[in-house]
Design a protein around this ligand. Structure first.
Ligand code: COA
Length: 159
């Protein structure tokens, strides 16, 4: 994309925390924080129980658990907002993103669509059980590789 249009900027920044939820991870001190990762979901239609989920992690901080950490928090938000399915559209060779989705340990279905991979994750009852069974614990160990003081409280909200 060569130009950031007003509509696209609005789309990225005007979150309502029900239909569009975004979370960021930052490192550094207050006042000089650097944003290292963004994860968001957008409900696919009004009243739909499906949302599209996506992540971006700065190159330097990839493969250290950032997206996986955001994923677990987004799952909690999504369930609280009545979302029961996450849909992710990715390039077929995007191993990293597929691993993030697979690592959530949620029931997963994949379909090929227009040359891309469409992955559907079930956030139903099994998501609640998986979250309660200490997935957060293994993630917090992995997140220790990130220079954030404490993974959960340092998860910021992108308004
Ligand atoms: C995809 C992306 C968000 C993953 O973020 P991340 O913070 O690096 O992911 P994590 O560190 O949580 O990694 C989760 C798993 O994927 C694996 N992984 C990460 N990067 C990988 C890579 N380049 N190749 C293979 N596996 C990879 C990790 O080893 C980890 O596996 P493990 O649990 O067995 O250790 C990041 O690579 C990115 O921003 N890519 C560009 C944008 C993009 O493709 N977004 C997805 C569109 S929806």
């Amino acid at each position: 994309m060569k130009e950031l249009t007003i509509d696209y900027l609005r789309n990225l920044t005007e979150l309502d925390f029900r239909n569009h939820v975004g979370l960021v991870l930052t490192v550094g001190e207050k006042g000089s924080e650097t944003l290292i990762a963004v994860g968001r979901f957008v409900r696919l239609a009004p009243d739909a129980d499906e949302a599209e989920v996506a992540f971006t992690v700065a190159d330097k901080y990839q493969q250290r658990g950032a997206a996986s950490l955001l994923m677990q928090t987004l799952i909690r938000f999504a369930r609280a907002c009545g979302i029961r399915k996450f849909v992710a559209i990715l390039l077929q060779d995007n191993r990293a993103m597929f691993k993030v989705l697979e690592d959530s340990r949620l029931p997963l279905r994949r379909e090929f669509e227009d040359g891309n991979l469409r992955v559907v994750l079930d956030l139903g009852e099994q998501a609640r059980v998986a979250l309660e069974r200490g997935r957060a614990q293994s993630l917090s160990v992995k997140a220790a590789a990130l220079p954030i003081a404490s993974a959960w409280p340092r998860t910021g909200y992108a308004h």
